[in-house]
Design a binder for this molecule. Structure first.
Ligand code: PHE
Length: 393
């Protein structure tokens, strides 16, 4: 069913306000239909179970000091999403290729950091913000254009670090890592034996590592990665908040840390969920396996249906991007598309560049017929030509 209006955070949004014939709008129906579903607020859903377990950790260790928000509207201003957290004017994340714009001044938030400034201004010093976030991206088992994040934010006052003898920034950085390592233990290994951070792999252990990185809103900045399905998976970004953000929002003499944690990826590791599309499944064989308060139940896949691969080659133009291709494919095949991968790429003597993409079609719920897949692939070929102006080979 096509939803025509929904209410978010007390604001009523008509579908026509969001998806209309407006060149500054790039929100397709597949994405609009996800607004308001709030998977993270379902106590029986893996994302809700995980959120609640993280809440428990903070409530227990910080005597209920963290204020919790999980209903803030995902439609935010460009200022909230980018300017307020010091994202430079020319940063790629602002592009129409990376972010969903409702209009030129309004986006679907691409991170929960969009709420830092307003909550600081309202006087909150310890808070957790959970919500759905939206990013244009490629398609594979760990990427989906809508996912869920939890933002954590903690402000320190001078007396908290002055007594320690180290400067505020080092104090906050150390406290942050301790807090998140404690959280990892709480989630993965309440017994405290099988978790390894920056250490040697021991069979059965969950292996993690800290990586230095860059965010416009924190310095220093770190990422925590977990080894899963033979790859290092980024599960959270964090760091010591830029002084400018505190200063602008009435916290001149303080320091703070912040983190942004990807709930799907953590849940995939914790519950053994092999594909990120499953979080959106209404199939009882998925939903019935989880229950309130039960973190880490291992998901049993209902028989994996075979994938079907279709290759497609075309000459690209200057405006071609993989994200646009993925949007077209998802617009047609929805969650029947499992992966889109570039398998060949060359430029001929005339300077024309050819890409070959392999599309993997697979339903999580049933086997697909050849007819159905051929129909999908035919539409993909048509729309790739008409919408992306590429020349099929
Ligand atoms: N907002 C960052 C992201 O989405 C994560 C982050 C949050 C990093 C807070 C640092 C501090 O990738």
């Amino acid at each position: 069913p096509v939803i025509s209006a929904l209410e978010l955070g007390g604001v009523k949004i008509a579908r026509d306000d969001v998806v209309r014939d407006d060149p500054t709008n790039n929100v397709p129906d597949t994405i609009f239909s996800k607004l308001g579903l709030q998977l993270h607020r379902r106590d029986q859903h893996p994302l809700g179970i995980l959120k609640n377990t993280i809440y428990d950790y903070f409530d227990t260790n910080y005597s209920n000091k963290f204020d919790k928000f999980d209903e803030l509207c995902p439609i935010v201003s460009v200022k909230q999403n980018f300017d307020d957290v010091l994202v430079p004017a020319d940063h790629v994340s602002r592009s129409y290729n990376d972010t969903y714009y409702v209009d030129s001044q309004t986006v679907l938030r691409c991170h929960t950091s969009a709420h830092q400034a307003e909550l600081l201004r309202k006087g909150h010093t310890h808070f957790l913000v959970t919500g759905d976030v939206y990013r244009r991206d490629s398609i594979d088992s760990t990427h989906y254009p809508v996912f869920h994040q939890m933002e954590g934010f903690r402000v320190f006052s001078p007396d908290e670090w002055e007594a320690s003898g180290v400067d505020g920034t080092s104090f906050a950085a150390e406290d942050l890592k301790k807090c998140l390592e404690g959280l990892a233990t709480h989630l993965f290994d309440p017994s405290g034996v099988l978790l390894y951070v920056d250490s040697v792999k021991i069979s059965g252990a969950v292996e993690m590592r800290w990586v230095d990185t860059y965010f416009p809103f924190t310095n220093p900045s770190f990422e925590l990665e977990i080894y899963f399905q033979e790859k290092w998976l980024e599960v959270l970004g964090c760091g010591v908040t830029e002084q400018e953000i505190l200063k602008r929002n009435g916290k001149l003499n303080n320091v703070a840390w912040a983190f942004g944690l990807g709930l799907e990826r953590l849940a995939m590791v914790l519950f053994d969920i092999p594909d990120i599309r499953l979080f959106w499944s209404n199939d009882e064989r998925f939903t019935s396996q989880f229950s309130k308060g039960q973190l880490g139940i291992k998901f049993k896949t209902f028989s994996k249906y075979p994938p079907c691969y279709k290759d497609m080659s075309f000459w690209i133009n200057e405006s071609f991007t993989e994200n646009n291709l993925c949007e077209v494919v998802r617009g047609i095949a929805g969650d029947l598309v499992e992966e889109v991968s570039l398998i060949d790429n060359f430029t001929n003597k005339k300077g024309m560049t050819s890409h070959c993409y392999r599309i993997a079609y697979r339903s999580m719920e049933r086997s697909l017929t050849d007819e159905e897949i051929n129909g999908l692939q035919m539409s993909v070929r048509e729309q790739v030509q008409s919408k992306l102006n590429v020349v099929l080979r």
